[in-house]
Design a protein around this ligand. Structure first.
Ligand SMILES: Cc1ncc(C[n+]2csc(CCOP(=O)(O)OP(=O)(O)O)c2C)c(N)n1
Ligand SMILES: [Mg+2]
Length: 350
């Protein structure tokens, strides 16, 4: 994470694109001309093409575990830099293993590297531009049952460059991984190897405590938030500078798709109770959890809700709940539109 400049300099010398494991999303900003974005299930096509087309793989500070996305052992050369010697050759046999801090090792390597021509990098850059067009197309759709990609795309335009962004495990991870670009200066994280649900909010709390001067954005599913709903009290108690964006699709979306696509089973027990995470001020009713935790909501029809801690609007904590259709399944209670989302996000202090 602290070797961005060195990675970019090396990419320039080698004429090589940088592909990022998900936990390394912020290692190089997505608008850098040297990166083609992520690799793996939630990665990008240009990154996969680059990995498949390369003759040498330089792995820096990663234990990226999904080896099926890497080349066959023996078919390419591999150089690996890692601070932990036990990680050398862990995922792919390394022809040369360099044990040390990523930045220091890259700095030592840089003067030794010969300049390569840029054909391979330029090909990857063209492929990245094509991929970006596809992301834009999917991120700017105007379906009345709003696509979750639209939420990611709109957030990506608004999250400031000093923000810390956390996400969770589910289809939500895809919308964050692909549609919310890492800007230079931002930090991004999610649960990596264990893919543990409900990490998004506690990670956000940890980030807000560790970096009180930085805004924190938590992009989470309704399933993940439900599992640790009580932590809203922690956020309200300590007035943490966290904005929570919930993709509310009333389902454990990831599992629904795994059951159907990978396991071939009929969908079973994936639906969530359609929880109303906010109290809407125009609706009089008994105290509900947001009220008890000190959050106040303002609603844009049934679709998007922003919340701030009661009486503390200036504190900058909000919840935006974006209902969506989980792409395939139509959920009648969750009709949304892109323009409503845009209106919601324009509200201060988001
Ligand atoms: C602690 C834990 N329990 C269960 C799972 C399995 N799991 C992975 S994603 C997921 C569903 C996530 O649902 P939600 O947060 O609503 O996100 P969505 O997939 O709908 O975007 C589940 C149950 C897990 N990864 N971790
Ligand atoms: Mg869900």
């Amino acid at each position: 994470m602290h070797a961005t400049q060195e990675l970019e300099e090396l990419a320039e010398s080698l004429g090589a694109p940088i592909v990022k494991a998900l936990l390394g999303k912020a290692a190089v900003p997505d608008d850098s001309s040297y990166t083609t974005g992520g690799i793996g299930l939630l990665g990008t096509e240009p990154s996969q093409d680059a990995v498949e087309g390369c003759d040498t793989l330089l792995m820096v500070g990663t234990s990226f575990p999904y080896i099926e996305f890497l080349a066959e052992p023996g078919s390419i050369k591999c150089v690996q830099i890692d601070i932990d010697p036990q990680r050398i050759s862990l995922r792919h046999p390394a022809d040369a293993g360099l044990v040390g801090d990523a930045r220091n090792t890259l700095r030592a390597l840089l003067p030794l590297v010969e300049k390569h021509d840029k054909t391979f990098l330029e090909k990857a850059q063209k492929a990245k531009a094509e991929w970006q067009k596809l992301m834009e197309e999917r991120g700017t759709r105007s379906d009345k049952l709003m696509k979750p990609q639209v939420v990611g795309w709109e957030l990506g335009k608004r999250i400031p460059s000093n923000a810390i962004v956390t996400s969770d495990s589910g289809t939500i991870t895809t919308w964050w991984a692909r549609y919310v670009p890492a800007l230079r200066g931002q930090k991004h994280s999610c649960s990596g190897n264990l893919a543990t649900m409900a990490c998004g909010l506690p990670y956000a709390i940890a980030a807000a405590v560790a970096y009180p001067e930085r805004p924190v954005y938590c992009i989470i599913g309704d399933g993940g938030l439900s599992m640790l709903l009580g932590e809203l009290i922690t956020v309200a108690t300590y007035k943490l500078n966290i904005k929570i964006i919930v993709i509310k699709n009333n389902t454990l979306g990831q599992i629904k798709w795994e059951q159907m696509v990978f396991l071939g089973n009929p969908e079973y027990a994936c639906d969530l109770s359609p929880a109303d995470f906010v109290i809407q001020p125009d609706r009089k009713r008994d105290a509900c959890l947001p009220e008890l935790t000190g959050w106040k909501g303002s609603s844009l029809s049934e679709q998007t809700v922003l919340m701030s801690p009661d009486g503390e609007a200036g504190c900058g904590s909000n919840i935006a709940i974006a209902a969506d259709s989980s792409e395939q399944k139509r959920i009648s209670a969750c009709v949304g539109s892109k323009s409503r989302l845009q209106n919601a996000l324009q509200k201060k202090p988001f």
